[in-house]
Ligand binder design. Sequence first.
Ligand code: SF4
Length: 337
Amino acid sequence: MEEIRRSRPLVRPVVVLVAFYNKKALGVRYLETALEGAGYVVHTIFYKDFNSVHPTPTTPAELELLRREVEAARPVLVGLSVMSSMYLDTVYQVMDTLGSLPYPLVCGGAYATMFPQPLLERGARFVLRSDGERTMVRLADALNRGRDWRDIPSLCYLEAGNLRCNPIGDLEADVDQYGLPAVCCRDACFIDRDSLVRGDPQLSTRSYEVIASRGCPFTCSYCCCVNLRRLLPQGVPGVRTRSVDSVISELMEAKKHCKKLVFVHFYDEIFPNLPGWVDDFCLQYRKHIHLPFTIWSHPKMVTPPAVKQAEIGGSYRSDHGHPVRLRAGAPGGVSPL
Ligand code: SF4
């Protein structure tokens, strides 16, 4: 017993995760669950607020606040969630600022998965493609223990200036295995408008974002989803749907922590319409959650039974850039928007 006590680290290693322009940041919240489960303390920084009309570039004061947070945390690594090219200027300024610190920068997310090289050339030490729940833990373990990381699946890095991309792997076909995203990040802060506020900014939200599935079955030419799907290894379906129990458990957590919650948005590319899944979802949603919700869908997925079931479960709206827009569940029933 004494031997075991001595071998335990006195201080748990820290990982810093940074979400850009998104206080909901589901990807980062899933990573927090994975890293916490593996014994890491996760310090989550929500960097700047979402604003689709007037997004503001970052400022020197915000960059300095971020640099101080990372420096104080002394992390094993800093994970940057790069989902989109919309805010790359800010990502690059953050990378330039943190590049002077001795902590490896690791980029993940949809944009990083599609375009690892520019991020590596700009200063990221690693890029992790596709789902990062398992591979981020493997990388943190390797860096923390001084082990070789070269064979970690999904890892991209530069070697003598050449891009090395390991095959994508270590993904769960059953996404329930990733657990629930952290609804309330334990050690979080929010940096925006030249100030830093401690705590998880999601807790004051009126609307909660959730995904019931990952992936999209369609192949629209203007969308990167098909390319992300083609990267998946054999045995991992292009669309992976959570169990209804898992989704409802997360929403119950959200209701518990987000006291002002009045609305739910399902962020799936295409809301599930598996036989039986929608029936079960409607029953459980009405029983346990019972809040208005919206979904994204596709005209081919919007069948009368699906709309009818969703109407029973709550509100229903389908847009996602496609011509079908419906709303149901309100006193007027199903109607086009
Ligand atoms: S349906 Fe939507 S998410 Fe799917 S490929 Fe088309 S645009 Fe992308």
